[in-house]
Design a protein around this ligand. Structure first.
Ligand code: SAH
Ligand code: F3S
Length: 441
């Protein structure tokens, strides 16, 4: 009988993409996926270490799986992703019942590691950084899940070393996939019904991959090539750092209609002083210049962001500057976090005198502001006809279908089931903070 595996994924879209690669790899090797951890022979945890809480969650989860292993001692537990890369053997020291530790760039070896674990009582560990082989999994397998929107990784790693961020340590140096691999993967997805592509990377605007005739290809050029693929009608990308969000990328918004009218461009803070301490390599003025250039091309473009509240040394004045920029840019739905000290990062050594209570209050205030802006954009959409990519049936009895607008808002609406997988026009008739409602026109 085929052995069953269960995967739990935490963290960013890159982790979700990696888990898809794991699933493809293992199903090709005749393992079967299960949604029930109790029924699995192999339990896989794909972890995230961006903030401290995400890391603590790992040990809580492993504790729960320990109970499953007690009942079924042959169960193999594998821990991968960013915590695994960062902590390596230390995870085993705290949870010595696990069998495998694999890294963000060694997940293509997982099936071999699982085979070894069947015969070995020792920890099997490989968290090396030296290869880009994991993407081969895509080429070797034809198993494609029916999807309408899909992530495609174009580069991995980060060389920017923002002072708060663990990513350069867990994902390694920037490496870009060759153009032909990316285009081939997208064409294959398009032939299988995918209509929207989300290009992934820790810092996509640093993309520099080998293109035609061995010439290096920039991100703006790649965007144009992706736009030429038939069947792909919406292109998103995430994440891009405002630093090096250059004019050639901005100009693609002019030439390429398929790029959505929405950009996630994390600013983190509204204070130049804090940006400098964060080593973000750009100023508020430069950020505003990018946004203004984009608005000149696309009048109604919506911008979303990530914010860090309570970075070491953030004063009330700095915080108020963040609030000011939120009002000025009118950010759409955004993410915000209280600063979390990450081991080994320069910011972890900075003096931090702000109390956690004060940080929580700042976060609450900031999130309230962002919700106000989100409502502002929702209101703007009211009574307008919006293009929706229809994803699936919804659980709502009245608004039977669910889809997404260009700015990533969920829309629940009345329509025929055959629309699933296609674009359709929906008139927006009502909204809540994060969702919109309407009917097809
Ligand atoms: N490459 C992206 C960021 C990727 S990390 C960029 O350049 O903006 C995703 C988000 O997690 C960041 O934008 C930041 O807001 C948040 N984050 C990263 N490290 C953090 C930390 N130590 N504490 C709190 N939030 C953090
Ligand atoms: Fe992190 Fe800064 Fe890179 S936030 S992912 S080090 S651009």
């Amino acid at each position: 009988m085929n052995k069953k595996f269960y995967i739990k994924t935490w963290g960013c879209q890159m982790n979700e993409y990696d888990s898809e690669l794991i699933e493809k790899q293992l199903t090709t090797k005749k393992y079967k996926i299960t949604k029930n951890p109790e029924k699995a022979d192999i339990l896989i945890l794909n972890t995230c270490s961006i903030r401290e809480k995400a890391q603590e969650k790992v040990f809580h989860q492993l504790g729960r799986w320990k109970k499953i292993k007690k009942k079924k001692p042959n169960t193999i537990i594998a821990v991968g992703g960013c915590v695994a890369t960062q902590e390596g053997k230390k995870i085993y020291k705290r949870a010595n019942y696990i069998n495998i530790v694999f890294g963000t760039q060694t997940l293509h070896k997982l099936s071999k590691m699982i085979e070894m674990a069947h015969y070995s009582n020792n920890l099997i560990i490989d968290i090396s950084f030296n290869t880009f082989k994991k993407f081969k999994i895509k080429k070797e397998t034809k198993i494609i899940k029916k999807k309408i929107s899909s992530f495609v990784s174009i580069m991995e790693g980060c060389n920017k070393y923002c002072s708060f961020c663990i990513v350069p340590f867990t994902r390694g140096k920037e490496i870009s996939r060759p153009v032909n691999h990316i285009l081939k993967e997208i064409k294959q997805l398009s032939e299988n019904g995918v209509r929207e592509i989300n290009l992934l990377g820790q810092n996509v605007n640093s993309y520099l991959g080998i293109g035609r005739y061995n010439k290096m290809c920039k991100f703006s050029e790649l965007l144009q090539m992706v736009a030429e693929i038939n069947g792909i009608d919406r292109i998103r990308f995430t994440t891009s750092n405002p630093f090096q969000f250059t004019d050639d990328i901005i100009n693609v918004y002019k030439t390429t209609k398929k790029i959505v009218n929405f950009l996630h461009l994390p600013i983190q803070s509204g204070s130049n002083r804090i940006l400098k301490k964060m080593k973000r390599l750009h100023t508020i003025q430069e950020y505003k210049e990018i946004v203004n250039k984009l608005i000149n091309i696309r009048k109604n473009i919506q911008i979303s962001s990530d914010f860090i509240v309570g970075f070491p040394g953030e004063t009330e004045q700095d915080f108020l500057e963040t609030i000011k920029i939120i009002e000025e840019i009118k950010f759409d739905m955004s993410f915000s976090f209280i600063y979390s000290k990450r081991p080994g990062t320069p910011a972890s050594k900075m003096k931090d005198l702000t109390s956690i209570q004060e940080k929580k209050e700042r976060l609450y205030f900031l999130q309230k502001k962002i919700n106000e802006q989100t409502l502002f954009w929702s209101k703007k959409m009211l009574n307008k006809k919006k293009t929706i990519l229809v994803e699936k049936e919804s659980e709502n009895k009245i608004f039977n279908l669910k889809g997404k607008t260009e700015n990533n808002r969920n829309v629940f609406f009345k329509g025929e089931k055959k629309l699933i997988g296609n674009f359709t026009k929906v008139k927006i008739t009502s909204f809540s903070t994060h969702n919109l409602y309407g009917y097809t026109v």
